[in-house]
Design a protein around this ligand. Sequence first.
Ligand SMILES: Nc1ncnc2c1ncn2[C@@H]1O[C@H](COP(=O)(O)OP(=O)(O)OP(=O)(O)O)[C@@H](O)[C@H]1O
Length: 586
Amino acid sequence: MKALLSLNKYLYKYRGRLLLGIIITMGARVFAVFTPQLIRNSTVAIEDYLNGDMVSIAEVREELLINIGLIIGAALASGALTFLMRQTFIVVSRYIEYDLKNEVYTQYQNLSLDFYKRNRTGDLMNRISEDVSKVRMYVGPALMYGVQTLTLFVVVIYFMIKAAPTLTLYTLIPFPILSFAIYKLSMAINKRSAEIQRFLSLLNTYTQESFSGIAVIKSYGILNRFNSDFEKLSNESKDKNVNLVKVEAFFFPLMILLIGFSNLFVIYFGGMQYINGEIESVGVIVEFLLYVNMLTWPVASVGWITSMVQRAEASQERINEFLSETPNIKNNSPESSEDILGEIEFKNVSFTYEDTNIVALKNLSFKVKKGETFVIMGKTGSGKSTILELIGRLYDVNNGEILIDGRPIESYNLNELRKQLGYVPQDAFLFSSSIRDNIKFGKVNANEEDIVEAAKNAAVHNNIIGFSKGYDTILGERGITLSGGQKQRVSIARAIIKDPKIVLFDDCLSAVDTETEEEIFNKLDKVSNHKTSIVVSHRASSAKNANHIIILDEGVILEEGTHSELLAYNGYYKDLYNKQLSEKEN
Ligand SMILES: Nc1ncnc2c1ncn2[C@@H]1O[C@H](COP(=O)(O)OP(=O)(O)OP(=O)(O)O)[C@@H](O)[C@H]1O
């Protein structure tokens, strides 16, 4: 139950409604318990008539009719209150489900990239949907039936003791045994439920990844392999569910068996006590039989409630695991920072990726002046993307420091800093929405003119108006309706529409031809006259007009200078330039 304590804040938030729910539930059960007493009274009336204590049949009939009326009234009152009971408890559980989903989602958003690398998407999805709905069962049905069962037990046992204390004792003999058996079963259910939940995450992850990679799977002709792997996983999942069902299946027979014993005890001991004169009427036996049967469902629900609570506990533990994570990237300055100008300096920066222990940058130093275009080139894996990720504070440096306008990057308000950066990652991710929305994503209040201008500057406007629905074209998941180059350019439009102070292009023109690349750079040059641009590229053509170029190799600068300085140097850059020039000529 420890994990579920974290839900207390929500129970407290909705305490008014819950309290009302508890009162209504108690009322509903109290009315329900009137029925056995009214039936006993009716039996007593018939008994009295047979014994000659009541003289006229009309008197009996009147008594019976009054009792029937009261039974109907009590049933109606109990029914109406039961309806209201659901309206309070179940509605509150939906509110809490909503709050909890928001809490988990906000936490996901705040967590740093390393969290997303450690955990798979399917698992994240599972915790925010499946696990949260399991937890809802605790704050909704489990709580509701818990209160109902408890109230019913208290009221029924009170009336039982009032009517016949010794018979109550005999009737309740099987209940402790039943409770113990249910407890044992619940433990087994909990273990199996946690396992199922873990497995469901695995299955979701597998499915989600295979849908995302469907193009690769199809083109490699490995559908069958994926199908059979999926079948294996879902078969295992089925076995685990079947195992759970086997244990759960014990509940009802066990309950019926023990309730059956209670009925037998009532008939036998009740009969004996009646003969001995310890009970004044057969009506008490009838009343007790009705009580025992009234307790059947609550006793069954004890097991059911326990298993719901156990499952919720397992799920909440998984949710808490993520909620207790703290983002590695801290926002050290809660106040919004002033506008940045755009000077960037790396001072002896070293960075190692924690999970792989790969040293991506080693004691790196360079300075980019405001408004300059700075190009980073180098072999694959040399640390180019890492530099851009560090400027966006997707990671924090291990040693050294990054300064923006002479101030440590960590001293800026994180969101304000990111707002002033236009980052175009290597893998242009587009949302499954319209092209317009994807571009607007960079500036929520952008008008049509801004959108078209950004698209023109990213040299993608002509492509977009070529589509029958133009800017309203809906992109499939991850933008699959666009070509690689179109995707890259829409992603550039999204970055430049917000008119950032610093633009960071991570090899984001690799899928466009050199002419289009040049066109984009020329346009950007015009619109970005005050912007600092850092461009990662594999093409010398992107570097020609840069103010400064660095060539990275294994996290250190191998060569640096302007285009002409590097050509004069006779090194990596010159080789690359000549090679790409001859490729173009051929
Ligand atoms: N998220 C990550 N987690 C762990 N290691 C990483 C991560 N990203 C990059 N690396 C490693 O850090 C090193 C530098 O990677 P980086 O992406 O900065 O190189 P790059 O020069 O941009 O490469 P490319 O030109 O192929 O994009 C590589 O060895 C890479 O394997």
